[in-house]
Write a protein that binds this ligand. Structure first.
Ligand SMILES: Nc1ncnc2c1ncn2[C@@H]1O[C@H](COP(=O)(O)OP(=O)(O)O)[C@@H](O)[C@H]1O
Ligand SMILES: Cc1ncc(COP(=O)(O)O)c(N)n1
Length: 261
């Protein structure tokens, strides 16, 4: 069985972060492991607390994983401080990690800040250059590329800027678009749209975490990037289409929609 590691924050409500990642990995046929960067006290209505781990403890988790069950792919999600970002960058390079999916988590769907301001430059310096693929949503792409992203042409321009600046493939997700749910892949000076049916479901907590973990799972299983994105998008679409409705706010997806026949 192929293996995948998520380096991310825990979401006590189970819909995003580490919990979404591990469920997604199981449902996409890889063995999932975790290195936790922070605990969040969170539910479908918002985040009420964040407790970061120390860089030393993150280091211990990464050493434990990489020296025993080597991951075939790595997904990086919420990492809120520059010190933790540096620890991750150093270790992924030391352990020669491959198939690295970087989801530059900045703001929860509920609106909470999940990254310190000074960590954005650490992210740019430390993690984007080692990414196989970077998966920003529209607001994150606007911050990272330093331009407004209001339409499809802006999505192409922002993805191009990021791909050229950091030498990685960029999947700019269209979930925040008013008109569609199409994701744009920019890679090697070419772009391709992954068109998605927009589902009328207000419960989108964890869609980004789920997509990036599903991409990592398919890369771990040996698929190329475009095939992995297509499979991952189909998985997220199915999990949204299942119309799970839990909690009073922005609820989670059904990660087991393709599993529990
Ligand atoms: N209402 C929706 N219908 C279908 N797909 C969606 C919907 N909302 C988001 N998605 C998809 O979910 C994935 C995550 O996108 P997005 O919501 O933009 O990320 P994030 O959770 O990081 O904000 C993308 O593939 C996007 O196209
Ligand atoms: C611990 C943690 N990590 C990430 C997210 C973002 O979730 P989304 O996938 O909805 O952008 C979150 N709400 N909590």
């Amino acid at each position: 069985m192929k293996t995948s590691l998520t380096i991310a924050g825990s979401d006590s409500s189970g819909g995003a972060g580490i919990q979404a990642d591990i469920k997604t990995m199981l449902a996409n046929n890889v063995y999932g492991m975790s290195a936790i960067t922070a605990l969040t006290a969170q539910n479908t209505m918002g985040v009420t607390g964040i407790m970061e781990v120390t860089p030393e403890f993150l280091q211990q988790q990464l050493d434990s994983v990489f020296t025993d069950i080597y991951p075939d792919a790595v997904k990086i999600g919420m990492v809120s401080s520059p010190q933790l970002i540096e620890t991750i960058a150093e270790n992924l390079s030391k352990y020669e990690a491959k198939n690295i999916v970087v989801d530059p988590v900045m703001i929860a769907t509920s609106g909470a800040d999940l990254i310190q301001e000074e960590a954005v430059s650490a992210l740019k310096e430390g993690l984007l250059p080692i990414a196989t693929v970077l998966t920003p949503n529209i607001p994150e792409a606007a911050v990272l590329a330093g331009m407004p992203v209001n339409n499809d042409d802006d999505m192409i321009e922002a993805a191009k800027i990021l791909s050229n600046a950091y030498g990685c493939a960029v999947l700019l997700k269209g979930g925040h678009s008013k008109t569609h749910a199409n994701d744009l892949l920019y890679s090697n000076d070419q772009y391709r749209w992954f068109k998605g049916e927009r589902i009328d479901n207000p419960n989108t907590h964890g869609t980004g975490c789920t997509l990036s973990s599903a991409i990592a799972s398919h890369l771990a299983n040996g698929h190329d990037l475009e095939t992995s994105i297509k499979f991952a998008k189909d998985y997220v679409t199915g999990a949204l289409r299942d119309m799970l409705d839990l909690g009073s706010g922005d609820g989670p997806l059904n990660h087991g929609w393709n599993y529990n026949a």
